[in-house]
Ligand binder design. Structure first.
Ligand code: ADP
Length: 639
């Protein structure tokens, strides 16, 4: 019979797997057992909601058996089974195809690393069987089906699916273990002790019994007597079924009996992450609604986190039976990065997706979890800023968007969690942290907006604030403008955008001085505005500048950052959004003196100087010049 070919990407993965130098090939057993457990979950769930399945919870089990002579290792389950189509679809193609596309561009040299990354990060499940076997046979009968099917493959050359006989529903995965090679002693995977050890190590928490028939040497009398007339004894093997795993899911176990490392290992395996989470949250609630939860805050965002492919939500269990894989209603959108499980005996099993939203118990749980996640993050921020920064770099943008979306519905929840790079030079700081550092004399929370913190720090408008000994927050994302406007104030302290607002740093005397000087130079300033041909709304003598000659500020709602944002939108959709710009000139700067001189002696030169100053202000503000060669010519004309 003609063999069917694996889909292209599966074949690549299979190649990698078979030739893998991966030292943790023992994890194949965990992967196969975990599939068996999932299959039982599915049938068990059906049996609880549909009486006709005819199976009790206690009927379900996974059996692991080894046949040394024929080098066969078999994992059998009585779960939901697979139809012919299921086999074609699930075993002929890799499930997490995204993980492979991700690594496509790797060159030869990094190929070894890629193998480890793929296996470590995503857990390639069923295919891992080929790390230890040279042939795999899957015999399965789907629930409700009359016919059983056999899937066979000896690696990359393809697979066959044929009809076969099988008693009862479920799946047998039969692995033909590779022959021992010099360094690779595959026979260990046929050894009963070793298999028990592996099951304990990787699959102890699997909720269904994993049964092995193990040697059981018993003493018995032979019926004869020895020289002294005592009854003769002998030891005989009466193999016995033994449940190897403890079966209590990790989240059901007492906090004392589970270490932090256990939780982290569980997280990495279950949620396919190669890094430890930054925090583990355990909840054991009793009251109106009883439930246990184990939540994780990942350290890094999955590659698809900021795309539509990412499935947020927690796994929902009712007394150890999974009833929903991704229950998004358990946490607000802003915490969609949280992973974990929630298990409550109070939840009804045949709850539908729509009903879930209105379920009272679920509401109670979600309100509680929301608080827990928030307080855990706050704790992390205060006690371990380094980890918080790691978390923030992955999910900070999500929190900011969560803060501003839905008209600020989650404002109160999130406001303490927002942090910014700043001029204090101590990593990130929260608004509360900033306000705490404000001296009595400081009126505003100052911030500078630019593409990155460095640029923000070097804005001319920032200088006075820093010189006054006040701190600055650096805001570098488009969403920050909305964060500030949604926040309004912090403890009555208002925000001040150094590029827009009055810094409030001058005394009335100084202000009056500048205004007087401005009046004296009125005609010059009008001249400049006129020569700039409508590019700026006004030209003023600045209250903000110290060592720099010029800067651009804005009037009205649209700031330079907003203008830049709209400019960045595709197809010129943002063309019309322009900030009302003000050119501020430093009246104390030699450049201004030169301008004054030119104005009286050589107005043509004054016009050139005015244009140069505007270009400089634009460059400092990171705005594009309309005509950069004109600017170059203007500057050269000065030599
Ligand atoms: P994953 O389990 O991550 O989806 P696998 O490669 O391990 O990826 O398995 C692919 C699919 O094959 C599973 O999602 C499941 O649908 C099916 N499958 C594998 N093993 C079994 C089994 N023992 N019983 C029923 N279905 C199975």
């Amino acid at each position: 019979m003609a063999k069917k070919q694996f889909k292209a990407e599966s074949k690549r993965l299979l190649d990698m797997m078979i030739n893998s130098i991966y030292t943790h090939r023992e994890i194949f057993l965990r992967e196969i057992i975990s599939n068996a457990s999932d299959a039982i979950d599915k049938l068990c769930y059906l049996s609880l909601t549909d009486g006709s399945v005819g199976m009790k919870r206690s009927d379900f089990r996974i059996r692991v058996s080894a046949d040394k002579e024929n080098r066969l290792l078999t994992v059998s389950d009585n779960g939901i089974g697979m139809s012919r189509e299921d086999m074609e679809n699930n075993l002929g193609v890799i499930a997490h195809s995204g993980s492979l596309g991700f690594k496509n561009d790797l060159d030869e040299k990094s190929a070894d690393k890629a193998k480890i990354d793929i296996i470590g990060q995503f857990g390639v499940g069923f295919y891992s069987a080929f790390m230890v076997s040279d042939a795999v046979t899957v015999i399965s009968k789907a629930y409700g089906a009359e016919t059983a099917y056999m899937w066979q493959s000896s690696g990359t050359d393809g697979y066959t699916v044929t009809e076969c006989e099988k008693d009862g529903v479920g799946t047998d995965v039969i692995m033909h273990i590779k022959p021992d090679a010099e360094e690779d002693k595959y026979s260990e995977f046929l050894d009963s002790w070793r298999l028990q050890e592996l099951i304990k190590k990787y699959s102890d928490y699997v909720r269904w019994p994993i049964i092995m028939t193990v040697d059981n040497w018993v003493e018995r009398e032979t019926g004869e007597t020895d020289d002294k007339g005592e009854p003769k004894k002998e030891y005989v093997n009466e193999p016995q079924d033994k449940t190897i795993n403890s079966q209590v899911p990790i989240w059901q176990r007492s906090k004392k009996s589970v270490t932090d490392d256990d939780c982290k290992a569980f997280y990495k395996e279950k949620f396919h992450d190669s890094e430890d989470p930054v925090a583990v949250i355990r909840v054991n609630a009793e009251g109106t609604v009883s439930y246990k939860a184990m939540l994780f805050i990942p350290a890094k965002a999955p590659y698809d986190f900021y795309t539509r492919d990412y499935k947020p939500g927690l796994q929902l269990y009712s007394s150890g039976v999974m009833i929903m894989e991704n229950c998004a209603d358990l946490l607000p959108e802003c915490f969609r990065f949280v992973r974990g499980v929630v298990d409550s005996p109070d939840l009804s099993l045949n709850i539908s997706r729509e009903l879930l939203q209105h379920d009272r118990q679920l509401k109670v749980i979600s309100t509680n979890l929301e608080k827990k996640v928030k307080s855990e993050l706050k704790k992390l921020m205060d006690s371990d800023p380094e980890s918080y920064e790691k978390f923030w770099n992955s999910f900070g943008t999500q929190l900011k968007y969560g803060f501003v979306s839905d008209y600020g519905a989650k404002k109160e929840l999130i406001k303490d969690l927002l942090v910014y790079p700043n001029s204090f030079g101590e990593g990130l700081i929260s608004f509360a942290g900033y306000v705490e550092k404000m001296p009595e004399s400081q009126k505003f929370i100052y911030y500078a907006a630019a593409d990155n913190a460095e640029r923000a720090a070097h804005l001319p408008q920032a200088e006075q604030v820093l010189d006054a000994g006040f701190g600055l927050l650096y805001m570098t994302q488009d969403v920050d403008a909305f964060v500030v406007s949604m926040m309004g104030d912090w403890d009555g302290k208002e925000f001040c955008n150094v590029s827009v607002d009055d810094l409030g740093l001058e005394t009335d005397m100084q202000k009056a001085d500048t205004e007087k000087k401005e009046e004296e130079n009125r005609s010059l300033l009008d001249f400049v505005k006129d020569k700039l041909g409508g590019e700026v709304e006004a030209v003023r003598l600045s209250h903000k500048l110290k060592t720099h000659p010029v800067c651009l500020t804005t009037e009205g709602e649209i700031t330079l950052e907003v203008e830049k944002y709209f400019r960045s939108l595709p197809n010129g959709t943002g063309e019309k959004v322009t900030a009302r710009k003000v050119l501020e000139i430093n009246g104390e700067h030699p450049a201004f003196a030169a301008l004054q001189k030119a104005y009286t002696e050589d107005p043509e030169r004054a016009e050139k100087l005015a244009k140069i100053l505007l270009c400089q202000a634009k460059l400092i503000a990171d705005l594009p010049l309309d005509d950069s060669s004109e600017y170059a010519e203007l500057v050269c004309a000065l030599f």
